[in-house]
Design a protein around this ligand. Sequence first.
Ligand code: NAI
Length: 245
Amino acid sequence: MKELDGQIALVTGGSRGIGLAIAQELARAGARVAVVARNGEAAEAAAASLEGTGHRGYACDVSESAGVKVTVGKLEEELGPVDILVNNAGITRDNIFIRMKEEEWDEVLAVNLKGAFNMTHALARGMMRRRSGVVLNITSVVGIVGNAGQANYAASKAGLIGFTKSIAKELASRGIRCNAIAPGFITTDMTAELPEAAVEELHSRIPLGRFGDPEDVGGLVRFLAGPAARYITGQVVAVDGGMAI
Ligand code: NAI
C-alpha cells in the first residue's frame, strides 16, 4: 500500500524539468497522473514514461481559460476526479525593468499566475463537493526576495504566494489544503542558459553550495500531497539549499 494509491494527480508543465520529476514522484507514491503541457506529444510521452499504469498526457495552454475547462472536463471523464493539483507550468521573459516590454509582463503573468487561477478554478468546485483536495503551487524564492531582471517573474511568483494563502483560508473548511513550494535554483532547461560565471557566483551564495535537482522538489511535493502533511496548509516551503535564509 502506497500513500497516494487510488488518487488522481494533475501536474501542469509536467512534460519536463521540475514538473516531470513531480509527476514521477507522485506516480511512485501510487497516484495516477494527468500530465498537462502545451505540447501534447511531449505530455503523452512523459505520462507513458511514469511508473505504474493509467497515466495520461494532455495538450493544454494553462493561460487559456476556455481550453483549461475543456481539458479538465475531458481528463476527469477519462481518469476520474482530480484529488491533487500541482500548478507547476511557468515561464520567464527576463529583462531589466526599464527595457521590459508590456508583452513580456503580460505573458509571464498569464502563464504563471492566471494559469494557476484557471486550473484551480476549474477544479475547486469538485474538490469542495467531495470535501477533499490538495493544491500545490510552484512559486520561487525570487517571489520572496525579488531579483533584478525578473520584475515580471518575481511579481507572478509573489502573486502565487498571496493566492495560495487566500485560497488556503477559503477552502480549509471544505477539507482542501493549499501550499506553495519555493524552489531556489534547480538544474533544468530554465537555468541551463545561465553563463558559467553567473553559476559560480550563485553557488557561492547557496549554503549547500550547489543548485538543486528536480527530484529535490518532487520529494517535497510528494510529502505535501500526502497524508503526513494533513495538518499543513497556507505555507510557503522553500527548497533552495538555504539560499533565502
Ligand atoms: P521548464 O522550462 O523546464 O519547464 C516548464 C514546463 O512548463 C514545461 O513542461 C512547459 O511545457 C510548461 N509550460 C510553459 N508554459 C505553459 C503553458 N502556457 N501551458 C502549459 N504548460 C506550460 O521549467 P522548470 O525549471 O522545470 O520550472 C518549473 C516550475 O518551477 C516553473 O513554474 C518555474 O517558474 C519554477 N521554478 C523553477 C526554478 C529553477 O531553477 N528551474 C526555480 C524556482 C521555480
